[in-house]
Ligand binder design. Structure first.
Ligand SMILES: [Zn+2]
Length: 234
């Protein structure tokens, strides 16, 4: 989630602390996933097939055989898109046969299986998406309007909208952890010869980026509550 520095007179020590925290914890999480991914992308999975092949097998085993697999540009851009019901795997993971490629591809297959099986947190997260889009795009505008027009009701609405975005990030955590759990379970059952520890550490590092994002948002929400939550005169 982007940070908005242009608050006008919203800038103060508290905000600087939150921004610094976001920079450090977000940067550390990004650096950790990059280095863990790089390390395990040099180790061959030792099982037949590429990331795409192994994901295909996992989809079939998980009852999601109708899901497509396609390539997407970039690095670590892998995702499952419920709108076209496809795994979008980055080139490295689509063609690659490393521990990292197979782990990430299976994690995305895990999301598709969550969708196919109607996993509760996945359904909740998907249902929240339209509301969250509005909340994420609107909260800053509503906050600025509230501050400049001196309307406390709008400020409270802005904080409520931001809280929806935070709740969404919290619901994302079990969805991500469950997709990784499914990937590791599949690989330990069907990927004999694969270094399970490697798959686990790649997926843990990926999960930490979501934890960092959620922590940052919680800090930002606490800041907003402290700064605007109880006063109408700013
Ligand atoms: Zn995921």
């Amino acid at each position: 989630m982007p940070f908005y520095y242009g608050f006008g007179y919203g800038m103060d020590m508290g905000y600087l602390m939150v921004a610094l925290f976001a920079l450090i914890i977000g940067g550390a999480a990004q650096a950790y996933i990059r280095s863990t991914y790089n390390k395990w992308s040099k180790v061959r999975a030792g099982i037949p097939g590429t990331g795409a092949d192994v994901a295909r097998a996992m989809l079939e085993q998980g009852g999601a055989e109708g899901v497509g697999i396609t390539r997407t540009p970039g690095s670590l851009t892998d995702h499952y898109d419920p709108r076209d019901n496809r795994l979008h795997l980055s080139d490295d993971n689509y063609r690659g046969a490393s521990v990292a490629s197979v782990a990430v591809a299976c994690h995305e297959a895990g999301h598709a299986i969550q969708a196919a099986q109607g996993y509760g947190f996945y359904r909740l997260r998907t249902a929240l998406v339209p509301v969250v889009n509005i909340a994420q795009q609107g909260w800053v505008v509503v906050l600025l309007m509230g501050v400049f027009l001196n309307m406390f009701g709008l400020v409270k609405l802005a904080i409520a909208l931001f809280a929806i975005a935070v709740a969404f990030q919290l619901v994302t955590l079990p969805v991500e952890i469950d997709a990784s759990r499914r990937a590791v379970a599949y690989l330990s059952a069907y990927g004999s010869g694969l270094d399970e520890k490697g798959a686990r550490s790649v997926l843990t590092a990926a999960a930490l980026t979501y934890v960092a994002a959620a922590l940052t948002s919680i800090m930002q929400l606490l800041y907003l509550l402290g700064r605007y939550g109880s006063r109408g005169d700013e």
